[in-house]
Write a protein that binds this ligand. Sequence first.
Ligand code: PXP
Length: 246
Amino acid sequence: MARLGINIDHVATLRQQRDEGYPSLAEAGRICLENGADQITIHLREDRRHIQDTDVSTIKLVTQKFSKPLNLEMGCASEIVDIAIETKPDWICLVPEKREEKTTEGGLNLLDTHQLEKVAATIKRLREAIPETKISLFVEAREEVLEKCIALGCDAVEIHTGEYARAYLEGNDISKYLEQFAIGHSLIKAQNIGYHAGHGITDKSLAPLVEQNLFEEYNIGHWVICQSLFDSLGNVVKRLKELTPN
Ligand code: PXP
């Protein structure tokens, strides 16, 4: 049985378009958990383009109410680490961040000494301040990168599935990705480390991953929010139409 983490960043993206206080992130979290989500994931970016500082503690309260984990994705910036330490999420997923990117574009480049040192220092700070919080590292399924994750002593890796998911959507061959994911699985599970996946996944591209029992956890966001529009747009229009009879 794999766990399903729902990333609700893009509910906040919609809210940030206007200053009206809706849609409510807490309500989104509640609906996800009431409908079977195993975890809520949010990404507090340095540029605060969607999730805001106060959202982190708000969502922590929602997940606590349902006895489910909060997974906080974040870069290594010191002020973000301060907020994480204050909030004590159940999980922290360290990700790379670039100001100009539309979304996280790939995994942490742990083959780069500077980035490796930054991640190691962040893990050390988090371990000292909030030892109960588990730490995952968002990385590509490359053996040399996974070896670095093992050496860093993380609790899980989250494999970047963005390229795989795009190949799937475009109808391209996905076998090389599935092979890479399977090799990564053997390497990571031999160390008793968690093997998670995230980025770009849709209901369709999820299926082959689940079929091969590759991952223990999937974190899915953008597609969930997009599909939710179409699953309920008709109902919302009908409701308004009833209020405006001819
Ligand atoms: N996992 C990580 C580490 C991410 O950075 C993201 C995007 O914020 C996701 C999962 C969810 O990706 P998507 O929104 O494309 O489903």
